[in-house]
Design a protein around this ligand. Structure first.
Ligand SMILES: NC(=O)C1=CN([C@@H]2O[C@H](COP(=O)(O)OP(=O)(O)OC[C@H]3O[C@@H](n4cnc5c(N)ncnc54)[C@H](OP(=O)(O)O)[C@@H]3O)[C@@H](O)[C@H]2O)C=CC1
Ligand SMILES: CC(C)=CCC[C@@H](C)[C@H]1CC[C@H]2C3=C(CC[C@]12C)[C@@]1(C)CCC(=O)C[C@@H]1CC3
Length: 345
């Protein structure tokens, strides 16, 4: 008679574990005694004790091999939000997530923790201390966000206590920290091109930036609290630093910390947004003839010029969440980790 090996509750797979958040998560899971495998389209590092399985989330057979005797899956794979490849977002975030859910159920995985995004409720206008009760954005700011909404719905709807498959979604916001490929590198690149001189709007808009270790902490708490009798099954939780900050103060602190000047000149929000919209329209009209890639997008203008900060009270109550690294300490660690991005380096 074939014996079915009972999955060890500390055996997990991190889908997207080669990425920025994924790698920080893998490191913390190892510290906490988990046995960890990474499933990712690329292998970006080596770590003793970690098995890497290179594969595409949309490939069910590859996933089934990776998920043998695994009880817990963290799903933090996604194409980069700055991509403009709609087909890729649809394929990975929607079809790939469906495939991952099916593979988990077929392989007997008991829990899935999804990395969603607080932006699933943001449609480009102010959000102040938004709770998880806000409706999904009816006009998401971009295709990335649209597919993150679809992805979150798929994962939360798949939660089924009778089938023994439990799910939860973590919604972080503005993740930063060592090895982040987006926030600091894009900001420095803009500064190096002399375009980080302007403040969009009056500079008073408040935003959440979340240090990566806090996001990791939220994921692990969610995984450990996810049980059939827990109120967190099938729910989404905001995870932030719980220290909303003025967007331009945060940017200025990072810029000055790396030796660049802080932005000083104010430009009216609607003027800049209108220009970005016009540029987007032009690139769209010209796209059959020229392929122009611009970083000056209406989406980035909205993110830089509106309030978007979220309450993490529900995570505190249900997950026992409390940030483990303050914003000040997070900024210091981040600045230290980017010597190559300092002015003149
Ligand atoms: N960074 C942020 O501020 C925020 C991020 N999030 C979410 O957090 C998660 C992690 O983000 P982050 O670490 O910043 O992103 P990264 O791009 O650093 O990590 C994502 C990883 O997933 C991999 N991947 C992409 N497509 C596939 C696929 N088809 N199969 C397997 N692996 C794949 C990527 O590979 P490759 O690089 O080759 O594409 C990459 O290694 C994402 O789900 C993102 O939506 C949510 C809120 C804020
Ligand atoms: C004005 C300027 C050039 C700012 C540079 C920083 C931006 C690149 C970041 C500021 C807010 C960030 C953010 C994201 C990406 C990087 C920023 C635009 C996300 C879109 C990443 C993915 C998400 O799920 C939501 C994030 C919101 C904040």
């Amino acid at each position: 008679m074939a014996t079915r090996v009972r999955p060890n509750s500390k055996r997990c797979v991190v889908i997207g574990g080669s990425g920025f958040l994924g790698r920080h998560l893998v490191e913390k899971l190892l510290d906490r005694g988990y046995s960890v495998s990474v499933f990712d389209i690329r292998q970006s590092y080596e770590l003793p004790g970690v098995t890497f399985l290179q594969g595409d989330l949309c490939d069910k057979q590859a996933l089934l091999t990776a998920l043998k005797n695994v009880s817990l899956v963290f799903h933090c794979a996604s194409p980069a939000p700055s991509s403009d490849d709609r087909t890729l977002f649809e394929r990975v975030n929607v079809q790939g997530t469906k495939t991952a859910i099916e593979a988990c159920i077929e392989a007997g995985v008991q829990k899935m923790v999804l990395t969603s995004s607080a932006s699933v409720v943001y449609d480009g206008t102010d959000i102040k201390n938004g709770s998880e009760d806000l409706q999904y954005a009816t006009k998401p700011i971009d295709y990335y966000t649209q597919t993150k909404i679809q992805q979150e719905k798929l994962v939360l709807e798949a939660c089924d206590k009778h089938k023994g498959f439990l799910t939860v979604a973590i919604r972080p916001h503005g993740i930063f920290g060592p090895r982040d490929p987006q926030l600091v590198p894009i900001m420095v690149d803009t500064a190096r091109r002399g375009k980080m001189k302007f403040i969009i709007g009056d500079g008073s808009n408040v935003v959440d930036f979340t240090y990566v270790d806090n996001v990791v902490h939220g994921h692990i708490l969610a995984a450990e609290r996810l049980r059939p009798d827990s109120p967190i099954c099938g729910k989404a939780y905001h995870i932030t630093n719980d220290e909303p900050v003025r967007f331009w103060d945060f940017m200025s602190e990072l810029l000055v910390g790396l030796g660049y000047d802080a932005p000083r000149f104010h430009l009216p929000y609607f003027l800049v947004y209108g220009l970005a919209l016009l540029l987007w329209l032009l690139t769209w009209i010209l796209s059959p003839v020229f392929s122009i890639k611009t970083t000056f997008t209406p989406m980035r203008v909205a993110l830089a010029g509106t309030h978007h900060y979220y309450s993490c009270e529900r995570a505190k109550e249900h997950l026992g969440y409390k940030p483990v690294v303050s914003l000040k300490e997070g900024i210091a660690r981040t600045l230290e980790s980017y010597p190559h991005l300092r002015k003149g380096a």
